[in-house]
Design a protein around this ligand. Structure first.
Ligand SMILES: NC(=O)c1ccc[n+]([C@@H]2O[C@H](COP(=O)([O-])OP(=O)(O)OC[C@H]3O[C@@H](n4cnc5c(N)ncnc54)[C@H](O)[C@@H]3O)[C@@H](O)[C@H]2O)c1
Length: 273
């Protein structure tokens, strides 16, 4: 059974790899012997993660500064990775803008009526266009060699609407209450559509494409928020950062060779309630 999960010799591009979950995906890959290539807008955290992976797992991890909304940036990374490793086997589209729900000063900018067009374009550019561009640029290499895996990181908000009561603030009028931005739902739902499209488009080329829809991860949110959201989750808590490693490894390895075009929801049961 261990062979099914073995990624020895496989090269995996992970976008947004310097962030909270990107590092975890890379750790899942490295722990199975794969080589993670960490892409992030900010080089420092990606580089620090690559160093940790090299030391801990003995894999030749690499970090690149990359803006996934820019084709040239991705094309030069593709050339560099192919020159050094000669192959690309896995792509995890993980990068996203995660706009905070809080109001800026007294302006509830996240509310639909006020939502700035620049923010709309910026969020779609990273979460959706970036995933499309990476799939195009790195996916082509996999389709040409007739094997590969793409994993899109969506969210539980790809399958349910945000419950805006979670973000409610006392003493603030209804028209000023901060909300989860509309772009988050749109980007994440769009990623599931991209998953189905690519899965069928490249099925005969041997490229499998799936998505995961993770629930929220606990990371120092106010206790009031934690209490509210825990009430909505059958398992009674948010996820720990390392709780998606298993499903990521399953989906990018030969343990899931008959699985494509699917969105796996891992949300502590939230969406079934
Ligand atoms: N953390 C959660 O609770 C949670 C829950 C469900 C889904 N997700 C999804 O998981 C993914 C990772 O989330 P996270 O919590 O690690 O977020 P994060 O903000 O910690 O990491 C996102 C990373 O993406 C990078 N990035 C942003 N724009 C980029 C660009 N143009 N080019 C390259 N890199 C760019 C950022 O620099 C950052 O390092 C996101 O898609 C997020 O929506 C997160």
């Amino acid at each position: 059974m261990n062979d099914l999960f073995n990624l020895k010799g496989k090269v995996a591009i992970v976008t947004g790899a310097g962030g909270l979950l990107g590092k975890q995906h890379c750790e899942a890959i490295a722990s199975a012997g794969g080589t993670p290539i960490l892409l992030d807008l900010y080089l420092k955290p990606a580089q620090a993660a690559a160093e940790m992976l090299k030391e801990k797992y003995g894999v030749p991890a690499r970090a690149y500064e990359a803006d996934i909304t820019r084709r040239e940036s991705l094309e030069s990374i593709r050339a560099s990775v192919l020159k050094e490793f000669g192959r690309i086997d896995i792509l995890i589209n993980n990068a996203a803008n995660n706009p905070k729900v809080e109001a800026k000063g007294d302006v509830p900018w996240s509310r639909l009526e006020n939502f700035p067009m620049e923010q709309w374009h910026a969020d779609i550019a990273v979460g959706l266009t970036g995933a499309f561009l990476c799939s195009q640029i790195f996916g082509v290499v996999m389709a040409e060699k007739r094997s590969g895996v793409i994993l899109n990181i969506a969210s539980d908000l790809a399958v349910i609407a945000p419950d805006q009561r979670l973000y409610r603030k006392d003493g603030v009028t209804a028209d000023k209450q901060p909300v989860k931005p509309v772009t988050y739902s749109v980007v994440k739902t769009g990623l599931v559509g991209l998953t189905r499209y690519l899965a069928t488009y490249w099925a005969e080329a041997g490229v499998r494409v799936n998505a995961i829809s993770p629930g929220g991860v606990e990371q120092n949110q106010p206790q009031e928020f934690l209490d509210r959201i825990s009430q909505l989750i059958p398992l009674g808590r948010m996820a720990k950062p390392d709780e998606y490693r298993g499903v990521v490894l399953f989906l990018v390895s030969d343990a899931s060779t008959y699985l494509t075009g699917q969105n796996i929801i891992i949300d502590g049961g939230r969406s079934c309630w």
